[in-house]
Design a protein around this ligand. Structure first.
Ligand code: S3P
Length: 179
C-alpha cells in the first residue's frame, strides 16, 4: 500500500513525505522530482516551452508509472488530482491524505522563499495572492472529496503531522483487516 500526500502547493507534501517515509522505512517518491528527472528539464521550463497542457499530459503518464510501485510514500504535485484518471490510479494502491493549511501560510511558504517561488510557474494571470485564493477555492472541495483522510497542518509541527499520519495509517490498515 502506498501513502499518497495530496494538497495545494506549499503545504509541505515533500518535506513531510520524506520524514514519513524515513520513519516508516518506506521509499519516498516525489512526483514532481520524478517527472523532472525523466524529462531532464524543470517544470518551470516545461511550462515555458510547451505550456501547462503538455505538462499535465506528462504528469498523467508519470502518475500512472508511479502508481505501479508499492509500499511507497508519494508526494503529488498540487494539480495532479485534477484529472480523474490520476485519482483512480493513485487510489488503486494508495491511501490519500490531504494536507490542508491556511492561505497565508501557503503564500508565505511559496513567496517568502526565492527558490520556492522561482520553481513554481504561475498558473493564472492573477496576482500571487489572488491566484492562491482562487485556486484554493476551486480545489479544496476536490481534495476534500477524494481524500481518505484530511490533516490540518496549520500551527502544527512537522513531527506532530507525521505522528498523526502514522496513527491514521495504522488505524486504516486495522480497518481493512476487519473487512
Ligand atoms: C502545480 C503544483 C506543483 C507542480 C506544478 C503545478 C499545481 O507542485 O506540479 O507547478 O497545479 O498546483 P507542488 O504542489 O509540489 O508545488
Amino acid at each position: 500500500m502506498n501513502i499518497v500526500l495530496i494538497g495545494f502547493r506549499g503545504t509541505g507534501k515533500t518535506t513531510i513525505g520524506r520524514i514519513l517515509a524515513r520513519r516508516l522505512g518506506k521509499g519516498f517518491v516525489d512526483a514532481d522530482e520524478y517527472l523532472e528527472q525523466k524529462e531532464k528539464r524543470t517544470i518551470r521550463d516545461i511550462f515555458q516551452e510547451d505550456g501547462e497542457g503538455v505538462f499535465r499530459e506528462i504528469e498523467t503518464k508519470v502518475i500512472q508509472e508511479i502508481c505501479s510501485f508499492d509500499d511507497k510514500v508519494i508526494a503529488t504535485g498540487g494539480g495532479a488530482v485534477l484529472r480523474e484518471e490520476n485519482v483512480r490510479n493513485l487510489k488503486k494502491r494508495g491511501v490519500l491524505i490531504f494536507l490542508n493549511t491556511d492561505i497565508n501560510i501557503i503564500y508565505k511558504r511559496i513567496y517568502g522563499d526565492k527558490r520556492s517561488s522561482q520553481k513554481r510557474p504561475n498558473l493564472t494571470h492573477l496576482s500571487n495572492y489572488q491566484e492562491i485564493k482562487y485556486l484554493l477555492e476551486c480545489r479544496r472541495p476536490l481534495y476534500d472529496k477524494i481524500a481518505d483522510f484530511v490533516i490540518d497542518t496549520a500551527g502544527t509541527s512537522l513531527n506532530t503531522v507525521v505522528r498523526k499520519i502514522i496513527a491514521l495509517i495504522h488505524g486504516h490498515v486495522r480497518d481493512l483487516r476487519k473487512e
